[in-house]
Write a protein that binds this ligand. Structure first.
Ligand code: XMP
Length: 513
């Protein structure tokens, strides 16, 4: 087992981001509840402690406080934001309560590089978000960095190897923040960089086996990255105790179901059940044009079909596997903003685990998307799965405008297939965020050979984005657009015209619905 760094969680939204940065440094860490007894940390062989930030004031009635004994463990410590205030509070400094929060960019002036700022510039842009402030150093400490607002923005106690920083090194907005964390881990705690994706997988496999025992796990496969990686990981851990269910809702892309059957059924030899519910979905969607209503019908029908299929599987399952990631927090986390606006709601089977008395197995819960992709690669999933573009849960249901029919879906599928082929062949598939076709129920006049035609319109939507919150249309080479459009109008019956969507988000969304 590699050396463990303990991250004590005082309720910051960023605790998982700290853990992620530690993983980036290839060091093993574990998140602990803030009240974890020092004896437990000692028993776990913890070689360094990071105190996370937190939304409270150290003086608040409900303020989370650690076991005071942790300061006597004799292991290095790094307090971040609320963490440094705790150091001030518990180690006889003075922390002043202020009503106004210091929030946003500041410039740190490094007074003493020492071990924490080794190799870093003298001036560093840092990100602040705190209310209380350390105003008198605890005995044994000295200031090693200042900002305009604080003479004690970074402090150190060399004897005890205690460090405190008022700003957030874990966020993207702090320049060289990860270098500070690495300096703490390697330079101060003296750990080795020996925690890799393979180690993560080995540990996850062990945890899954511990949790599941000889029980049975069911997992809904969507074909997307998260559920695919979860399936591969669960399969590695428990083999035949895993059953995957794939619902064909009739709103899939061309060849999608066959690809899932080939990869999971044939290649991985997973016990895969494919439920063809396409007729039911299309029947319920008949004549429905309103986007929200379509979504509701698709969502409700999915849960119903999924639940039904689980009941029909012989042998009672006790667990439901899910590819939940650390709530899709976006890369550039903004602190103090409305968390709900940062976190994409997960597309899951609401209420199902409770109704069916299933316990959740979520082996990817602590990971971020790019980490999940690395796990997928290490598990041998093919590139087109690991680097697949996002695809909405309601599938082509949000890409056929107006009412949905089998004929329109077929046209859309064929057009979209051409688009994907050309995007893959040109290599642009992996360079853009999403590329897809939308079916427009509008007929326009054209000529094909000697004949006058009256056919539908296909819109191409190809966007660049980093988090789907904002997006811009991709400026692809005209020759590529020309080739796709030419192939669609020539090869796909029923399409007479192709248009390119040149709207950004906002104000437009990525999907048309
Ligand atoms: P919009 O259209 O809101 O889409 O700009 C943002 C991103 O979310 C995807 N999307 C969905 N993903 N279930 C999903 O899993 C859904 O219902 C859903 N709707 C939109 C969309 O493809 C884009 O990447």
């Amino acid at each position: 087992m590699p050396s463990t760094i303990a991250v004590l969680d005082f309720g910051s939204q960023l605790t998982q981001v700290i853990a992620r940065r530690i993983r980036e440094c290839q060091v093993y860490s574990k998140i602990y509840h803030y009240s974890t007894p020092a004896a437990k940390l000692r028993a776990d062989g913890v070689v360094g402690i990071i105190l996370s930030g937190g939304p409270q004031s150290v003086y608040a009635k409900q303020a989370p406080h650690p076991d005071p004994e942790i300061f006597k463990l004799g292991v290095p410590m790094l307090g971040i934001c609320y963490g440094v205030q705790l150091m001030g509070y518990f180690l006889d400094g003075v922390v002043e309560h202020s009503k106004a929060r210091e929030y946003g960019h500041g410039v740190l002036t490094v007074k003493k590089a020492g071990r924490l700022f080794a190799g870093l510039p003298k001036k560093i842009r840092v990100w602040n978000s705190h209310g209380d402030k350390l105003t008198k150093l605890p005995p044994g400490f000295r200031a090693i960095g200042t900002t305009d607002n604080s003479p004690f923005a970074a402090i150190e106690d060399l004897q005890r190897s205690f460090y405190g920083i008022q700003f957030h090194p874990e966020v993207f907005h702090t320049e060289r923040g990860v270098d500070m964390i690495r300096n703490f881990l390697l330079g101060v705690c003296g750990v080795k960089q020996e925690w890799t994706t393979r180690d993560f997988i080995a540990q996850a496999v062990e945890k899954i086996r511990d949790q599941v025992g000889s029980g049975r796990v069911l997992l809904g496969l969507s074909g997307g990255v998260d559920s695919s990686v979860a399936a591969a990981l669960l399969h590695k851990a428990i083999g035949k105790q895993l059953t995957c269910v794939f619902v064909d809702n009739g709103l899939l892309r061309k060849g999608e179901r066959a690809a899932v059957e080939k990869l999971y059924g044939d290649h991985f030899q997973i016990d895969l059940r494919v439920v063809d519910a396409s007729k039911l979905f299309l029947r319920r969607l008949k004549g429905v044009t309103e986007p929200e209503q379509k979504r509701k019908i698709i969502g409700r029908t999915f849960v119903e079909v999924f639940e039904q299929s689980l009941k029909s599987i012989k042998g009672r399952a006790q667990f439901l596997g899910q590819g939940t990631l650390y709530p899709d927090v976006i890369e550039s986390v903004s602190i103090g903003g409305n968390p709900a606006s940062l976190i994409k709601t997960h597309h899951n089977v609401g209420g199902l685990p409770e109704r069916m008395k299933l316990k959740l197995v979520e082996p990817l819960r602590e990971l971020f998307k790019d980490e999940v992709r690395r796990v997928g690669e290490a598990l041998g999933l093919p590139r087109e799965v690991v680097w697949r573009q996002p695809f909405p849960g309601p599938g082509l249901g949000v890409r056929v405008m107006g009412d949905i029919t089998a004929e329109k879906l077929e046209i859309l599928r064929n057009a979209d297939y051409v688009l994907q082929e050309e995007m893959l062949a040109s290599g642009y598939y992996y360079k853009v965020w999403q590329s897809f076709c939308v079916f427009l129920p509008v007929r326009t006049v054209g000529v094909f050979g000697d004949e006058r035609t009256y056919d539908y319109v296909i819109a191409m939507r190809i966007v660049e984005s980093t988090d789907a919150m904002t997006a811009d249309w991709a400026k692809l080479p005209h020759e590529l657009l020309q080739k796709i459009s030419g192939r669609i109008t020539n090869e796909v019956r029923g399409v007479g015209r192709v248009v390119y969507d040149v709207s950004s988000k906002p104000p437009a969304t990525i999907e048309w619905e």
